[in-house]
Design a protein around this ligand. Structure first.
Ligand SMILES: Cc1cc2nc3c(=O)[nH]c(=O)nc-3n(C[C@H](O)[C@H](O)[C@H](O)COP(=O)(O)OP(=O)(O)OC[C@H]3O[C@@H](n4cnc5c(N)ncnc54)[C@H](O)[C@@H]3O)c2cc1C
Length: 403
């Protein structure tokens, strides 16, 4: 049953308290989803502190691809739970998040890429995820605009087809979570920057901000591209390097492309939004930086690669391009959970180029961790300790270009 839909009204500022049970640093999808899920569990003395405006980070800059066809059993189980939450999120939040499950096609242009997709399909199917390798005839039915001839440099040989994949309206997700959390008593403070974290007897005691100090027994780091700067405030060095990631959008066209198309060989992906624009992205910029500048070389190379896939869009105009920053881990998997040396400090970071789709499951499970003190099984593989034990969760094959 769908309740009344909430309106896109400006959120009223709340008065900042001198202390909260839980302070969440970062007002992106992760911070806001954790806050909402805590409130659902009855933990309502919670503040989200956002230095700019909610959705100012990756959550308002991503290309909004949702999918669960990852490479490792741990990753597939985790992202699958998120897709399932997303399927009901609009109803749950009473906010239209425009989730369009038009399917997701990962294209293979080489024999080794086909072999890789077969392994992924097996892993996906063993976890009950709808994902299958399809040949050129099936691809033609799913995406007739693709150049499936042998003219391109790298002719398409096969694809991994993942029907539940699709795109969502990212700002609606952010605003839906923020609004519901605020209605349930959570404070969402925009324009409040955390500048330091206080410890007492080795455990978290509060945060310092540009609007004064706030006491808190638990502090969550949900700052994605800025995660290392927050961790450094308690002397923790994360295995994370921050890289820019760019995207661009064209003028709107009549609907002609249902599935999201990804080509790891060409380092490009493209989808058509419900408004008709083509959204185009690629892999991270090859240098570490906190810069949010876009570059001409990104536009030239990514558009050239799209034209190898979809030659018919040659005369379409690009409207704008932008960049965000991504917290890359060595194994392309996130870092979630407590930090043993700093009681009260919780990580929800390492979201790289793929973290928007994970907001709902991370929010639900990190809230469970905070409320119960127990690490949920689905989070356990992603602890920071894996970098000491060597139990890495290698997702590069499924997450490097395909976000
Ligand atoms: C171009 C691009 C395309 C992408 N495409 C996809 C995709 O298709 N699918 C997908 O799943 N993911 C994608 N991603 C990745 C995804 O956007 C991120 O992983 C995700 O949004 C991270 O969410 P978050 O809530 O953890 O962090 P963010 O949304 O980045 O929020 C962190 C917030 O912390 C705030 N902050 C930082 N420092 C402080 C401080 N000291 N005090 C207070 N606040 C602070 C920032 O202002 C920011 O708003 C893409 C990213 C980019 C840049």
């Amino acid at each position: 049953m769908i309740g009344p839909l909430r309106r896109w009204r400006v959120m009223r500022p709340q008065e900042q308290r001198s202390g909260y049970d839980v302070v969440i640093v970062g007002g992106g999808v992760h911070g806001l989803a954790i806050a909402y899920e805590l409130a659902k569990r009855g933990v309502r003395d919670v503040a989200v502190l956002e230095k700019a405006y909610i959705g100012a980070g990756g959550s308002g800059r991503n290309t909004a691809i949702i999918r669960s066809n990852y490479r490792t059993p741990e990753g597939v189980a985790f992202y699958d739970e998120s897709v399932r939450i997303y399927e009901r999120l609009g109803v749950e939040l009473g906010f239209n998040v425009l989730f369009s499950q038009h399917g997701h096609l990962t294209l293979a242009h080489t024999d080794s890429a086909v072999a890789g997709l077969r392994v992924r399909a097996e892993v996906n199917q063993l976890q009950g995820v709808d994902s299958v390798v399809v040949g050129v005839d099936e691809i033609r039915k799913l995406a007739p605009a693709l150049d499936l001839s042998d003219r391109p440099r790298y002719p398409i040989q096969a694809a991994l087809y993942h029907p539940p994949g699709g795109i969502i309206r990212h700002d609606a997700v952010v605003w839906g979570y923020a609004r519901r959390a605020a209605e349930m008593g959570v404070h969402v403070h925009q324009g409040v920057e955390v500048t330091g974290i206080d410890l007492a007897a080795g455990r978290i005691a509060g945060v310092r901000t540009n609007h004064g100090s706030i006491r808190a027994g638990t502090v969550v780091n949900a700052t994605a591209g800025w995660a290392s700067t927050i961790a450094a405030m308690v002397g923790v060095r994360l295995p994370i390097v921050t890289h820019p990631l760019q995207a661009l959008v064209t003028e709107p066209l009549k609907p002609f492309l249902n599935p999201v198309l990804v080509s790891a060989t060409l380092h490009v992906y493209v989808s058509q939004t419900d408004r008709g624009e083509l959204v185009i992205g690629a892999e991270i910029d090859p240098y570490a930086s906190y810069s949010h500048r876009s570059t001409l070389s990104f536009m030239e190379t990514s558009v050239a690669h799209v034209l190898e896939l979809l030659p018919s869009v040659a005369n379409v105009r690009v409207l704008r391009q932008w960049a965000g920053i991504c917290d890359m881990t060595p194994d392309f998997s996130p870092i979630i959970g407590p930090v043993p040396d700093v009681p009260g400090f919780i990580l929800d970071v390492g979201w790289g180029t793929y973290g928007f789709k994970a907001g709902p499951v991370a929010g639900r499970r990190v809230a469970e961790l905070i409320a119960t003190g127990q690490t949920p099984a689905v989070l356990a593989p992603f602890s920071i300790e894996r970098f000491a034990t060597g139990s890495l969760i290698g997702e590069k094959a499924a997450a490097a270009v395909s976000h």
